[in-house]
Design a protein around this ligand. Structure first.
Ligand SMILES: *Cc1c(COP(=O)(O)O)cnc(C)c1O
Length: 375
């Protein structure tokens, strides 16, 4: 995908805000606790390499990604710190991970045995973190017998260095902590079964680190907080208050590409879902669902010049239309997403409109949009 450089539409990323968010979290860390920056999915749409470099400057001591390729990208750009892949990587790529000093997540004895055979051929040692499924129902060990056998298998095994053991909570952003407490109990139980000694035991994502501060975790896997967004993730519900100040880093700007007056009875967009009831001014914005600006945004108000104007008609693949309160000129700036959390078009408001969470909005912003950075 080529970024569209000759179109007025861009994602603006404030690296100063990113550094501030990380520094504020680092201030909250306990003694010896580390912050590993989660930069998976192109740093939640913000751009993996610029964000990783900013995170390093602000005090991150490691990185988490979702795929081996994302880890390789960090290595390619010379990021020297530990990198952990949070997903399961097919065993055939374990020598590559070992060679690049990238740590992988292990979730089963079967995987370990298969990886062991391959690593034996290349005579390499792989750093691993034991993933524990304590109730997320996604990946990781959940049965005692298998976990005990895996510990035995790893004892004095030259092909693996057990760097960590971790779990992930499914309800760390909930005022009701009963399921969270259940997961803590399950994880502690698995921890009691350990016969090997991982260097790091870690459980905290952003929500856990902010809303459940008391829980021990050698590493905070700080994701959404980097980007200045509150980890509460229920659409159309108020966020839980965060003790750590969070400053959104991303805005999305464009400009009107075309302006016209339409008359009574004239329709706008596919299906003519909007029909003028009088003479009205319509502006066109050169952004559409191919940029990650979903059809669900119909009806949402974006800022055109100084006015909030509703999107009328269906959002097309590459363009959408807004109803203007009066004549405006082509080239008038349009702000689709504001970095100001109090603005009506902040990213949570965008997510609420699309009945989703801001994580998804940020990740869906496509590579067609150039990312522009300021410090
Ligand atoms: C994505 C992810 C994180 C980061 O979560 P945030 O809510 O963005 O802080 C941490 N741990 C795991 C296992 C993840 O998959």
């Amino acid at each position: 995908m080529v970024p569209a450089m000759h179109r007025p539409a861009q994602i603006n990323v404030d690296l100063g805000a990113i550094k501030e968010n990380i520094k504020n979290e680092v201030k909250h860390l306990k003694d010896k606790q580390q912050l590993w920056a989660v930069v998976k999915a192109n740093a939640y749409g913000h751009g993996a390499i610029p964000v990783a470099n900013a995170a390093l400057q602000a005090g991150a001591t490691g990185f988490c990604v979702a795929t081996l390729d994302e880890g390789l990208e960090l290595r390619e750009y010379g990021i020297p710190k530990p990198v952990l892949v949070l997903g399961i990587v097919p065993v055939q790529w374990t020598p590559l991970a070992a060679q690049k000093n990238i740590s992988l997540t292990v979730g089963s004895l079967e995987w370990l045995k298969a990886a062991d055979k391959i690593l034996a051929e290349t005579n390499q040692a792989l750093k691993i973190h034991l993933g524990i499924d304590s109730g997320m129902g996604r990946i990781g060990f959940s049965e005692d017998d298998e976990f005990i056998a895996a510990n035995k298998f790893l004892q004095d095994n030259p092909h693996f260095e057990v760097e960590g053991m971790f779990t992930h909570f499914s309800k760390a952003d909930d005022a009701d902590t009963s399921y969270f407490d259940y997961q803590v109990k399950r994880f502690k139980h698995m921890q009691d079964l350990l016969t090997i000694k991982p260097k790091y035991i870690h459980v905290a994502n952003t929500a856990t680190s902010i809303f459940n501060r008391k829980i021990d975790s050698d590493i905070v896997r700080f994701g959404i907080g980097i980007y200045g967004l509150n980890p509460s993730s229920t659409p159309n519900t108020d966020d839980l208050p965060s003790e750590v100040p969070l400053k959104p880093a991303l805005s999305f700007t464009s400009a009107l590409s075309f302006v016209k007056q339409i008359h009574k009875g004239y329709g706008v967009g596919y299906g003519a879902t909007f029909v003028a009831d009088k003479d009205q001014w319509i502006g066109t914005v050169p952004v559409g669902y191919a940029d990650g600006w979903q059809r669900k945004m119909q009806g949402f108000k974006v800022k055109v010049g100084d006015e909030y104007c509703p999107i009328v008609g269906r959002v097309c693949m590459d363009q959408f239309m807004v109803l203007l309160p009066h004549k405006m000129s082509a080239g008038t700036p349009v702000e689709l997403i504001s970095a100001d959390p109090t603005a009506p078009n902040n990213i949570k408001a965008v997510a609420d409109q699309a009945d989703t969470i801001h994580y998804e909005i940020a990740c869906l912003l496509s590579d067609r949009l150039p990312r522009v950075y300021k410090d």
